[in-house]
Ligand binder design. Structure first.
Ligand code: NAP
Length: 549
């Protein structure tokens, strides 16, 4: 941290991060009349969409859904050119929102929050940044994102590599031209699968180093059909409301009515074919009621996709390597692609199985597995993130009662509703662990949390309250409930980032709430309607009296 410090003052709320959640928090809290200051590590707004500029980066939720709902004018006026937004398009949209609602004036860019400390005498948080800023506020809102801490594996020899290397989540702004180069991509999650077809078209040769084969479905991207856009916009408000009544926060997909096992083999094939042709992951998982809870049902969908892979990829050995076989479909993030499997029919693409023959080291001129050496000019790490807890744990969040997030979350995250942590008063998280965030339409999830937090702050201001804290019993119950809900599904069967399984040494705990957006929102609304059940409020005066007793 810098030696020089500058006190930039007192605010009602400090917001950490200006992705879609943080930006909306600035807007919403300002409307309540609060003074806010946001800190942003990046040079601009957008969070995920600021950093992930890799080739082919695109959202896997349709653009008419993946957008803010808080301003009808905004949603009516913005035109999405394609079914799924590209990264540049989404970033353009987020920048438009920042300008339109004049959000930038309260943001310190290129500034990373390093520490947040709670003082119970004043019920205030003091935040320190890497630029030496010190700021205090009653409320601290962590809008730090779930997939914002890129991680590349510590493979020996990287420092000796004489070529260039990149992480998909920290992509150079000027872009990268792979023309004529021998390129290695490590990782075949969403980022790898989206970038591989594009890199393959540029590279002299592309080596894909795959540890785990993942399920991917065709996105079927297309230019936005004008009649679809018109129809959607005509009923936008109703659609936004309807989204809250769905498990993933995305409206427009009729809910399934029966188990995959109640259908005949022929019916199932017909249903899966229709979804495959339509494109989209939610619609596919919506084929039957029990694809995510019944292994036998799931097997029918998993096998359908494996057959598609075998039918697409001409080399049978490569096809078999691409067939996922260690997790049920949908239990890792189901990927949407454009020409992913087709890419392996190109002469300049080689798939390397690093599960059976692991990477040993990176050499000055490439990469060596236990079986062979590959000459490379560039390496792309599509190796993911320290998801859900990484960004929060990188900040030294602590209280004067001696609690720290690092110690409290040692065995995995613990939250009440994914919004607050017991022992950390006045500290809110947007789409924190144990909320449905990453298992839903993320912008909807951010809006729901920000609205809930804003209403809560409003409640406190009206009632002269200066402190809110989750009760320990409420948190314990919510953590247990989360685990029980997850245990009723197939999700824990996969070594996914939902489980923390991609980070060596990270506790294996299923982190998102998978009881569905409907149940979750109902619970949050009930908690608020019942006087913020499970939360304890106080004023400074009450605290002082309690201490004296
Ligand atoms: P990811 O899903 O965690 O995938 C990381 C990949 O790197 C996996 O194939 C993983 O293999 C591999 N890997 C990790 N460590 C490795 C090691 N030491 N050696 C070899 N391989 C290693 O990360 P991601 O692709 O960046 O995606 C993360 C999430 O971001 C997605 O699930 C999605 O939620 C979001 N995302 C969304 C979009 C979209 O909207 N379309 C696009 C990109 C990302 P293992 O599976 O064996 O661990």
């Amino acid at each position: 941290m810098s030696e020089r410090t500058s006190d930039i003052g007192k605010f009602d709320a400090i917001i950490v991060g200006t992705g879609v959640g943080g930006l909306y928090a600035i807007h919403r809290l300002r409307k309540l009349g609060l003074s806010v200051r946001a800190f942003e590590a990046a040079g601009g707004v957008g969070g995920t969409w600021y950093w992930n500029r890799y080739p082919g980066c695109r959202c896997d939720v349709e653009s008419l859904e993946y957008s803010y709902s808080f301003s009808d004018e905004l949603q009516q006026e913005w035109h999405w050119p394609e079914r799924y937004g590209t990264q540049p398009e989404i970033l353009r949209y987020i920048n438009h929102v920042a300008d339109r609602f004049d959000l930038r004036r309260d943001i310190e860019f290129n500034t990373r929050v390093k520490e947040a400390a709670f003082d119970s005498d004043t019920n205030q948080w003091t935040v320190r940044t890497d630029k030496g800023h010190i700021a205090t506020a009653r409320y601290c809102i962590m809008a730090t994102g779930n997939l914002s801490t890129p991680r590349q594996p510590s493979i020996p020899g990287l420092a000796s590599f004489t070529g260039k290397w990149y992480h998909t989540g920290l992509w150079p702004h000027e872009g990268v031209d792979f023309t004529g180069l021998r390129v290695g991509v490590i990782g075949t999650g969403s980022s790898g699968v989206q970038s591989i077809p594009i890199i393959a078209k540029q590279a002299k040769h592309l080596y894909v180093f795959q540890r785990t084969a993942n399920f991917s479905l065709p996105a079927r991207n297309m230019p936005m059909p004008p009649d679809k856009e018109r129809a959607h916009k005509a009923e936008y408000a109703a659609r936004r409301r309807a989204a809250y009544d769905t498990p993933f926060g995305i409206a427009g997909h009729p809910p399934p009515v029966k188990s995959a096992l109640e259908a005949t083999e022929q019916e199932r094939q017909h249903a899966y074919e229709a979804k495959w042709a339509e494109g989209g992951s939610i619609s596919f998982l919506y084929s039957y009621t029990d694809l995510l809870v019944n292994q036998e049902s799931n097997d029918t969908a998993s096998e359908f996709v494996r057959r598609k892979i075998r039918a697409t990829v001409k080399n049978p050995e490569t096809a078999e390597m691409l067939c996922p076989n260690n997790h049920p479909i949908g239990t890792k993030r189901l990927i949407l692609d454009t020409d992913y499997y087709e890419t392996y029919n190109r002469d300049n693409v080689t798939l390397v199985d690093i599960r059976r023959k692991p990477i040993q080291e990176i050499t000055p001129t490439g990469l060596r597995t236990v079986a062979a050496e590959y000459e490379l000019d560039a390496i792309v790490f599509a190796t993911g993130f320290d998801a859900m807890t990484g960004a929060l744990k990188e900040i030294d969040i602590h209280t004067d009662a001696g609690l720290s997030i690092q110690a409290t979350w040692k065995g995995g995250p613990r939250t009440y509703l994914g919004i607050m942590m017991a022992g950390f008063p006045n500290l809110f998280m947007i789409t924190g662990p144990q909320s449905p965030g990453v298992k839903s339409q993320m912008i909807l999830a951010c809006e729901q949390h920000v609205d809930w937090i804003a209403d809560c702050i409003q409640h406190m201001r009206h009632n002269g309250l200066t402190r809110i804290e989750a009760e320990q019993e409420a948190e314990d119950w919510w953590v247990q409930h989360n685990n029980e809900v997850a245990a009723r599904t197939l999700y824990p069967l996969a070594n996914s980032w939902y489980m923390g399984a991609n980070i060596p040494g990270k506790p294996r705990v299923f982190m998102p709430y998978v009881g569905g957006v409907t149940a979750y929102k109902k619970k949050c609304d009930e908690v608020a309607a019942n006087g913020y059940q499970g939360f304890r409020f106080a004023t400074i005066l009450q605290d002082q009296r309690a201490a004296a007793d």
